[in-house]
Design a protein around this ligand. Sequence first.
Ligand SMILES: Nc1nc2c(ncn2[C@@H]2O[C@H](COP(=O)(O)OP(=O)(O)OP(=O)(O)O)[C@@H](O)[C@H]2O)c(=O)[nH]1
Ligand SMILES: [Mg+2]
Length: 324
Amino acid sequence: MPTNVPPEYKKAEEAFRQAKRIDEKIERLQDMIALLPKHKGTDHLYADLKRRLARFRREMESTGKKTGGGGELQIKREGAAQVVLLGPPNSGKSSILVSLTNARVEAADYPFTTTQPFPGMIEYEDIQIQLIDTPPVTHDYFHAHILGLVRSADAVLIVADASSDTLLEDLEALFKAFSERHVEFVPHREDTDRDHVLTRVIANKMDAGDAQTRLELIKEYLQNRLDIIPITCTDKSSLGKLPEMLFRWLGIVRVYTKAPGQKPNMERPYTLFKGQTVLDLCAQIHRDFVENLKSARLWREDNPPITVSRFEPVQDKDILELHI
Ligand SMILES: Nc1nc2c(ncn2[C@@H]2O[C@H](COP(=O)(O)OP(=O)(O)OP(=O)(O)O)[C@@H](O)[C@H]2O)c(=O)[nH]1
Ligand SMILES: [Mg+2]
């Protein structure tokens, strides 16, 4: 930000920051563009403002301002679990999506780059986990679809920016925005429901100067309320363990099925969560299995097969033969 902008511009900028609705933001951005002196020194800022204006306009068109942001969100749930990336502007959410999945979204060094939620798939062994990038959450900006996404997700990763001096205020704003909407973040799956979402905090940009000190600040701020994972998402080696971490943390369980007299299908497992049962597997396959299951034979680890009840909790790598 150049320091030689006139006071009117600063006022307009403050009004932009205070604006709550997208249409207000658009108006304030137009003011800022009109008030910005145009010369070489402001070229960059001018381009930035125009880009942001275009984004807000696109967003308003896609969400509809009268409904306060209704509109269908076209993200189909896929894979073994759905995980939502949340965070303040510029913390690296889109960079994480790009590093962990084949999705190609824009990551750039200015805030509000992302204007719509966008999914990608993380590969882990023979399964996939869906990861969703979202627009930033700030004290005055909350995208219309985020609440619904977070409530229906299996987990959330809050991305904190370990290179930012405002990281605690930014985190605080995010927590406040959600608690005002009656959503809390919890560390254990047993405590989750529609209003309590399984969450971990990613401390991203650990390559930045002073990142270690800021990591300590995050720890102090969270007081063990949520687990923290320090990463540098632009460094591939620092992300290597994330897919497995997600798999274990989410409690994903793979079950392979076999038809009587045939070899098991080891190509494509069904996926469930810890605590789910043979009956939950039946529900995934076909209603007939739920209604007419007579018996189930289970191969677990290297043990000889046994007959189990429909209420048997499944374990990772179980092989099941269902009889109807
Ligand atoms: N040094 C460093 N820079 C990073 C890291 N991760 C992301 N960045 C940079 O941070 C900037 C912002 O990254 P994005 O991925 O666009 O951030 P975002 O959270 O999606 O931003 P918004 O969409 O605006 O909310 C980009 O310039 C990235 O290259 C990291 O681990 N280390
Ligand atoms: Mg982004």
